[in-house]
Design a protein around this ligand. Structure first.
Ligand SMILES: C[S@@+](CC[C@H](N)C(=O)[O-])C[C@H]1O[C@@H](n2cnc3c(N)ncnc32)[C@H](O)[C@@H]1O
Length: 288
Protein backbone atom coordinates (compact mmCIF):
# COMPACT_ATOMS: atom_id res chain seq x y z
CA UNK A 1 0.00 0.00 0.00
CA UNK A 2 1.21 3.51 -0.76
CA UNK A 3 0.98 6.01 2.08
CA UNK A 4 0.62 9.59 0.86
CA UNK A 5 2.79 12.10 2.69
CA UNK A 6 2.32 15.82 3.11
CA UNK A 7 5.55 17.80 2.90
CA UNK A 8 5.06 21.18 4.53
CA UNK A 9 7.06 24.36 3.90
CA UNK A 10 7.18 26.20 7.23
CA UNK A 11 7.56 30.00 7.33
CA UNK A 12 11.10 31.37 7.61
CA UNK A 13 12.60 34.83 8.32
CA UNK A 14 12.22 36.10 4.74
CA UNK A 15 9.09 34.23 3.68
CA UNK A 16 5.68 33.39 5.07
CA UNK A 17 2.16 32.65 3.88
CA UNK A 18 0.50 35.18 6.19
CA UNK A 19 -3.17 34.51 5.53
CA UNK A 20 -5.34 32.90 2.87
CA UNK A 21 -8.98 32.58 1.91
CA UNK A 22 -11.76 33.67 -0.46
CA UNK A 23 -9.62 32.63 -3.45
CA UNK A 24 -6.59 34.77 -2.54
CA UNK A 25 -3.40 34.56 -0.47
CA UNK A 26 -1.26 37.12 1.37
CA UNK A 27 2.48 36.35 1.55
CA UNK A 28 5.56 38.18 2.80
CA UNK A 29 8.73 38.15 0.73
CA UNK A 30 11.48 39.91 2.67
CA UNK A 31 10.28 43.46 3.49
CA UNK A 32 7.31 43.35 1.06
CA UNK A 33 3.96 41.63 1.15
CA UNK A 34 1.78 40.67 -1.81
CA UNK A 35 -1.71 39.40 -2.52
CA UNK A 36 -2.14 36.84 -5.31
CA UNK A 37 -5.05 34.76 -6.63
CA UNK A 38 -5.22 31.27 -5.08
CA UNK A 39 -8.12 29.14 -6.34
CA UNK A 40 -7.48 26.43 -3.74
CA UNK A 41 -8.02 28.80 -0.80
CA UNK A 42 -11.75 28.18 -0.71
CA UNK A 43 -12.02 28.81 3.04
CA UNK A 44 -12.57 32.16 4.78
CA UNK A 45 -9.43 34.20 5.62
CA UNK A 46 -8.35 34.84 9.24
CA UNK A 47 -8.55 38.63 8.73
CA UNK A 48 -11.18 40.52 6.75
CA UNK A 49 -8.81 43.27 5.60
CA UNK A 50 -5.29 42.78 4.28
CA UNK A 51 -2.68 45.43 3.62
CA UNK A 52 0.08 44.67 1.11
CA UNK A 53 2.68 46.36 -1.11
CA UNK A 54 1.14 44.90 -4.23
CA UNK A 55 -1.51 42.67 -5.69
CA UNK A 56 -1.65 40.51 -8.79
CA UNK A 57 -5.07 40.84 -10.38
CA UNK A 58 -5.69 37.77 -12.52
CA UNK A 59 -7.32 37.88 -15.96
CA UNK A 60 -7.94 35.37 -18.73
CA UNK A 61 -4.95 34.31 -20.85
CA UNK A 62 -6.49 36.22 -23.77
CA UNK A 63 -6.12 39.38 -21.69
CA UNK A 64 -2.48 38.64 -20.87
CA UNK A 65 -3.19 36.54 -17.77
CA UNK A 66 -3.45 39.55 -15.47
CA UNK A 67 -0.98 42.04 -14.02
CA UNK A 68 0.63 43.45 -10.90
CA UNK A 69 -0.59 46.58 -9.14
CA UNK A 70 2.39 47.67 -7.06
CA UNK A 71 3.23 50.43 -4.57
CA UNK A 72 5.82 52.81 -5.92
CA UNK A 73 8.49 51.61 -3.46
CA UNK A 74 8.51 47.99 -4.70
CA UNK A 75 11.77 47.67 -6.73
CA UNK A 76 10.95 46.54 -10.27
CA UNK A 77 14.31 44.85 -10.62
CA UNK A 78 13.80 42.90 -7.40
CA UNK A 79 15.25 42.82 -3.89
CA UNK A 80 17.52 40.47 -1.97
CA UNK A 81 16.23 37.56 0.07
CA UNK A 82 17.75 34.69 1.96
CA UNK A 83 16.88 31.04 2.47
CA UNK A 84 19.26 29.25 4.89
CA UNK A 85 22.75 30.26 3.64
CA UNK A 86 21.59 31.17 0.10
CA UNK A 87 21.08 34.78 -1.00
CA UNK A 88 19.03 35.42 -4.14
CA UNK A 89 16.79 38.00 -5.83
CA UNK A 90 13.01 37.97 -5.63
CA UNK A 91 10.90 40.05 -8.01
CA UNK A 92 7.33 40.41 -9.24
CA UNK A 93 7.34 38.49 -12.54
CA UNK A 94 4.67 38.79 -15.26
CA UNK A 95 3.90 35.10 -14.57
CA UNK A 96 2.38 36.12 -11.20
CA UNK A 97 5.09 34.48 -9.08
CA UNK A 98 8.10 35.99 -7.33
CA UNK A 99 11.04 34.37 -9.15
CA UNK A 100 11.37 31.34 -6.88
CA UNK A 101 9.08 28.77 -5.30
CA UNK A 102 9.12 28.72 -1.49
CA UNK A 103 7.21 25.43 -1.27
CA UNK A 104 10.35 23.72 -2.69
CA UNK A 105 12.33 24.46 0.48
CA UNK A 106 11.61 21.10 2.20
CA UNK A 107 12.69 19.24 -0.98
CA UNK A 108 15.95 21.25 -1.06
CA UNK A 109 16.50 20.33 2.59
CA UNK A 110 15.80 16.64 1.95
CA UNK A 111 18.38 16.60 -0.86
CA UNK A 112 20.88 18.61 1.21
CA UNK A 113 20.68 15.89 3.88
CA UNK A 114 21.65 13.27 1.28
CA UNK A 115 24.16 15.01 -0.98
CA UNK A 116 27.92 14.55 -0.44
CA UNK A 117 30.77 16.89 -1.47
CA UNK A 118 31.76 16.37 -5.15
CA UNK A 119 28.51 14.55 -5.99
CA UNK A 120 27.31 15.31 -9.54
CA UNK A 121 23.72 16.55 -9.47
CA UNK A 122 21.46 17.40 -12.41
CA UNK A 123 18.74 20.05 -12.00
CA UNK A 124 16.31 19.99 -14.94
CA UNK A 125 13.91 22.92 -15.53
CA UNK A 126 16.11 24.69 -12.96
CA UNK A 127 14.62 28.21 -13.41
CA UNK A 128 16.44 30.89 -11.33
CA UNK A 129 18.69 28.38 -9.61
CA UNK A 130 17.84 28.60 -5.92
CA UNK A 131 17.68 24.77 -5.77
CA UNK A 132 20.97 24.53 -7.70
CA UNK A 133 22.67 26.87 -5.20
CA UNK A 134 21.14 25.03 -2.22
CA UNK A 135 23.01 21.86 -3.27
CA UNK A 136 26.15 23.62 -4.54
CA UNK A 137 26.45 25.10 -1.03
CA UNK A 138 26.90 21.52 0.23
CA UNK A 139 29.78 20.96 -2.20
CA UNK A 140 27.86 19.25 -5.02
CA UNK A 141 28.97 19.73 -8.64
CA UNK A 142 25.85 21.02 -10.36
CA UNK A 143 24.49 20.83 -13.89
CA UNK A 144 21.65 23.34 -14.20
CA UNK A 145 19.47 23.10 -17.33
CA UNK A 146 16.73 25.49 -18.38
CA UNK A 147 15.32 26.49 -21.77
CA UNK A 148 15.13 30.17 -20.90
CA UNK A 149 18.22 32.37 -21.33
CA UNK A 150 16.67 34.87 -18.94
CA UNK A 151 16.20 32.25 -16.21
CA UNK A 152 19.76 30.97 -16.59
CA UNK A 153 21.09 34.55 -16.44
CA UNK A 154 19.05 35.05 -13.26
CA UNK A 155 20.60 31.83 -11.91
CA UNK A 156 24.13 33.08 -12.60
CA UNK A 157 23.28 36.44 -10.99
CA UNK A 158 21.97 34.59 -7.93
CA UNK A 159 25.24 32.63 -7.77
CA UNK A 160 27.15 35.96 -7.63
CA UNK A 161 24.82 37.33 -4.98
CA UNK A 162 25.26 34.14 -2.91
CA UNK A 163 29.08 34.43 -3.21
CA UNK A 164 29.04 31.15 -5.12
CA UNK A 165 30.15 32.27 -8.60
CA UNK A 166 33.31 30.15 -8.27
CA UNK A 167 31.43 26.93 -7.47
CA UNK A 168 31.42 24.05 -9.98
CA UNK A 169 28.09 24.83 -11.64
CA UNK A 170 27.47 24.35 -15.38
CA UNK A 171 24.70 26.72 -16.48
CA UNK A 172 23.12 25.24 -19.60
CA UNK A 173 20.45 26.73 -21.87
CA UNK A 174 18.88 23.70 -23.52
CA UNK A 175 15.75 21.63 -23.87
CA UNK A 176 15.60 19.40 -20.78
CA UNK A 177 14.55 16.25 -22.68
CA UNK A 178 17.12 16.73 -25.47
CA UNK A 179 19.94 17.44 -23.01
CA UNK A 180 19.09 14.39 -20.90
CA UNK A 181 18.93 12.10 -23.96
CA UNK A 182 22.36 13.44 -25.04
CA UNK A 183 23.79 12.72 -21.58
CA UNK A 184 22.50 9.13 -21.87
CA UNK A 185 24.28 8.72 -25.24
CA UNK A 186 27.47 10.10 -23.65
CA UNK A 187 27.09 7.40 -20.95
CA UNK A 188 27.23 9.99 -18.20
CA UNK A 189 26.14 9.24 -14.64
CA UNK A 190 24.81 11.39 -11.79
CA UNK A 191 24.55 11.00 -8.02
CA UNK A 192 21.19 12.73 -7.97
CA UNK A 193 18.63 14.35 -10.25
CA UNK A 194 15.80 16.73 -9.52
CA UNK A 195 13.21 18.06 -11.90
CA UNK A 196 10.26 20.43 -11.61
CA UNK A 197 8.73 20.26 -15.09
CA UNK A 198 5.93 22.62 -16.09
CA UNK A 199 2.70 21.37 -17.64
CA UNK A 200 3.68 22.92 -20.95
CA UNK A 201 6.95 24.51 -22.06
CA UNK A 202 9.23 25.19 -24.97
CA UNK A 203 12.90 24.44 -25.45
CA UNK A 204 15.23 27.15 -26.82
CA UNK A 205 14.66 25.93 -30.39
CA UNK A 206 10.91 25.67 -30.07
CA UNK A 207 10.94 22.05 -28.80
CA UNK A 208 7.55 21.32 -27.27
CA UNK A 209 7.30 19.96 -23.73
CA UNK A 210 3.96 18.42 -22.71
CA UNK A 211 4.05 16.86 -19.28
CA UNK A 212 1.65 13.96 -19.80
CA UNK A 213 3.20 13.09 -23.16
CA UNK A 214 6.92 13.49 -22.46
CA UNK A 215 7.40 12.71 -18.75
CA UNK A 216 7.67 8.89 -19.03
CA UNK A 217 10.55 9.06 -21.57
CA UNK A 218 12.33 11.74 -19.55
CA UNK A 219 12.08 9.66 -16.36
CA UNK A 220 13.42 6.63 -18.26
CA UNK A 221 16.41 8.72 -19.40
CA UNK A 222 16.92 10.00 -15.84
CA UNK A 223 16.99 6.37 -14.66
CA UNK A 224 19.72 5.62 -17.24
CA UNK A 225 21.83 8.42 -15.76
CA UNK A 226 21.59 6.93 -12.25
CA UNK A 227 23.32 3.79 -11.01
CA UNK A 228 23.73 1.67 -7.89
CA UNK A 229 25.78 4.43 -6.23
CA UNK A 230 23.27 7.23 -6.94
CA UNK A 231 21.41 8.79 -4.04
CA UNK A 232 18.12 10.34 -5.22
CA UNK A 233 15.66 11.34 -7.90
CA UNK A 234 13.13 14.03 -6.95
CA UNK A 235 10.18 14.84 -9.21
CA UNK A 236 7.77 17.67 -8.39
CA UNK A 237 4.73 18.55 -10.45
CA UNK A 238 2.42 21.53 -10.08
CA UNK A 239 -0.66 23.02 -11.76
CA UNK A 240 -1.86 19.82 -13.37
CA UNK A 241 -4.72 17.40 -13.00
CA UNK A 242 -2.45 14.55 -12.07
CA UNK A 243 -2.30 12.39 -8.96
CA UNK A 244 0.71 11.92 -6.70
CA UNK A 245 -0.03 8.18 -6.91
CA UNK A 246 0.39 8.29 -10.70
CA UNK A 247 3.84 9.91 -10.66
CA UNK A 248 4.77 7.59 -7.78
CA UNK A 249 3.97 4.50 -9.85
CA UNK A 250 5.91 5.94 -12.80
CA UNK A 251 8.99 6.45 -10.62
CA UNK A 252 8.62 3.10 -8.85
CA UNK A 253 8.55 1.29 -12.18
CA UNK A 254 11.49 3.26 -13.63
CA UNK A 255 13.66 2.71 -10.54
CA UNK A 256 12.59 -0.88 -9.70
CA UNK A 257 15.90 -2.51 -10.70
CA UNK A 258 17.92 -0.12 -8.51
CA UNK A 259 16.08 -1.09 -5.30
CA UNK A 260 15.58 1.70 -2.77
CA UNK A 261 12.28 3.32 -1.87
CA UNK A 262 9.82 5.74 -3.46
CA UNK A 263 7.82 8.24 -1.42
CA UNK A 264 4.87 10.16 -2.84
CA UNK A 265 2.54 12.87 -1.67
CA UNK A 266 1.46 16.47 -1.66
CA UNK A 267 3.45 19.59 -1.01
CA UNK A 268 1.95 22.44 0.99
CA UNK A 269 2.82 25.75 2.62
CA UNK A 270 1.82 26.39 6.24
CA UNK A 271 -0.24 29.52 6.79
CA UNK A 272 1.04 31.66 9.66
CA UNK A 273 -2.37 32.95 10.80
CA UNK A 274 -3.86 29.55 11.72
CA UNK A 275 -1.36 26.86 10.75
CA UNK A 276 -3.66 25.74 7.95
CA UNK A 277 -2.06 23.98 4.96
CA UNK A 278 -2.29 25.42 1.45
CA UNK A 279 -1.50 22.71 -1.16
CA UNK A 280 0.89 23.72 -3.96
CA UNK A 281 2.20 20.66 -5.84
CA UNK A 282 2.62 16.89 -5.81
CA UNK A 283 5.88 14.94 -5.61
CA UNK A 284 7.46 11.52 -5.98
CA UNK A 285 11.03 10.86 -4.88
CA UNK A 286 13.33 7.87 -4.91
CA UNK A 287 16.23 7.21 -2.60
CA UNK A 288 18.26 4.14 -1.86
C1 LIG B 1 8.35 27.12 -12.99
S1 LIG B 1 9.96 26.66 -13.39
C2 LIG B 1 10.49 25.44 -12.26
C3 LIG B 1 10.74 25.99 -10.85
C4 LIG B 1 12.12 25.73 -10.22
N1 LIG B 1 12.44 24.32 -10.17
C5 LIG B 1 12.22 26.33 -8.83
O1 LIG B 1 11.86 25.68 -7.85
O2 LIG B 1 12.60 27.50 -8.71
C6 LIG B 1 9.77 25.86 -14.91
C7 LIG B 1 10.98 26.11 -15.76
O3 LIG B 1 10.97 25.21 -16.85
C8 LIG B 1 11.62 25.86 -17.94
N2 LIG B 1 11.28 25.12 -19.17
C9 LIG B 1 10.09 25.08 -19.82
N3 LIG B 1 10.16 24.24 -20.89
C10 LIG B 1 11.42 23.72 -20.90
C11 LIG B 1 12.12 22.79 -21.74
N4 LIG B 1 11.53 22.23 -22.79
N5 LIG B 1 13.40 22.48 -21.42
C12 LIG B 1 14.01 23.06 -20.36
N6 LIG B 1 13.40 23.95 -19.53
C13 LIG B 1 12.13 24.28 -19.80
C14 LIG B 1 11.14 27.28 -17.87
O4 LIG B 1 12.05 28.15 -18.54
C15 LIG B 1 11.09 27.52 -16.36
O5 LIG B 1 12.27 28.12 -15.91
Amino acid sequence: MTALQTIVAEPWDDYGLVDSGNGRKLERYGPYSFIRPEPQAMWAPAEDFWTANGEFIGASDDDGGGRWHLDRDVPHKGWHMKWEDIRFTALCTPFRHLGFFPDMAPQWNWMRERVQPDDEILNLFGYTGVGTLALAAKGARMVHVDASKKSVEAGRANAFLADMADRPIRWIIDDAAKFTAREVRRERRYDGIFLDPPKFGRGPNGEIWRLEEHLPALIADCRSLLDEKSRFLVLTVYAVRMSALAIGELLRQAMADLGGTVEVGEMAVREEARGLLLPTAIFARWTR
